[in-house]
Design a protein around this ligand. Sequence first.
Ligand code: ATP
Length: 254
Amino acid sequence: MNAERIAALAGPGVAVEVVAETGSTNADLLARAAQQCGPLLLVAEHQSAGRGRAGRSWLSSSEGSLTFSLAWRFDGGPHRLSGLPLAVGVALGDALGLLGVQVALKWPNDVLKDGAKLAGILVETRCAADGGTWAVIGIGLNLAMPDDLEARIGRSAAGAPWLARMDREVLMAKLLDALSAALHLFARSGFGAFCARWNLRHAWQGETVTVIDNGAVVQEGLAAGVDDAGRLLLDTAAGRVAVLAGDVSLRVKT
Ligand code: ATP
C-alpha cells in the first residue's frame, strides 16, 4: 500500500504512514505519542503481534486483513474518552454499510458480520504533556477469513470477500475519512452523539447475556443497549444495572 495515495484519496488533516511489517501498530504509535504533533494513521501490511484487550491477540494474514492504528489527540484527561471504542464501532459500522457490508456491534468493542467477528477495535491512551490525551485507536478488519486463520483463532470469525476485492488504498481512505469525522464529533459531543446509532446496530438487543470477568460470570440479564456513557444496560433479576467495559467480556447465553 502507498501512504501518499491513501493521504491523497482521504480528506486533509491526517498524516499517513505505511510499513510492510510490524509487531503492533498500536504499540508503535503509543511509543511515539509523546513526540506526535498531529493525527497520524499507521497502516501495517503485516502485523505479527496484534493486540486485543487484556493481553489477548489479534491474528491476521497479510493478504486478507487490514490492520492499522490512528493516533488522535483529545483535550482533557482520559475520563473524557469513555465510550470512544463504541463510537469508533459506530463509525466503522456506518462506513462498512455504505460499502455494502452490513454489520452489527457487540459490546464493547467488536464488529460482527452474520454473528461472527469481522473487526476488532482496541483503544489505548497516553497522557499528553499539555494536559490532553492521545488515543491510539487500533483496528483489525478481516477481508478474507481462510480456514487456517479461523482455526488458529479458535472461534468463528467473519471475512468480507466484497471488501477484499476493493482497491485497498481506496478502502483505507474511506475508513480514515469516516473515523476522522467521528473523532471530531466525539471531541465536540462525546459518546452521546453516537448512542442512538450504536443501539440501532446492537447485535444482542433483548438477548440473555452473561458478563464474564476473569472467567467468572459476574452478571446475567437481558441486554438493553448502552447509555450515553457507553455502559451496557442489563435488565437483571435485581433490576437494571449499567456495566462498565473494563476487561469484562460478553457472551450470549445458550
Ligand atoms: P471477547 O470476544 O472475549 O469479548 P474481546 O471482544 O474483548 O473479547 P478482543 O480482545 O477485542 O476480544 O480481541 C481478541 C480476541 O478476538 C481473541 O481472543 C480472539 O478470540 C479473537 N480474534 C483474534 N483475531 C481475530 C480475527 N482476525 N478475527 C476475528 N476474531 C479474532
